[in-house]
Unconditional design. Structure first.
Length: 70
């Protein structure tokens, strides 16, 4: 699978915020929520970016691992 640079950067940023959120999960709830919110926002950007690229490359708009219903 080919990832463009923007998607790679977003994935790296999400990974960083996810790790920081996990680090503070039990020790500093306020920091945990701060980093988790940043993580969540980036994940939404990743989904939007990924779906835009998938829409340009395929005729159907299914999520990875999703199968058509009969």
């Amino acid at each position: 699978m080919h990832f463009d640079q923007k998607l790679k950067d977003l994935l790296t940023e999400a990974s960083l915020y996810g790790l920081l959120a996990k680090k503070y999960e039990y020790t500093d709830p306020q920091r945990h929520m701060y980093f988790y919110q940043k993580y969540f926002d980036i994940v939404q950007k990743i989904e939007k970016h990924y779906m835009m690229h998938q829409g340009n490359k395929s005729s159907h708009h299914m999520m990875p691992g999703q199968y058509p219903m009969y």
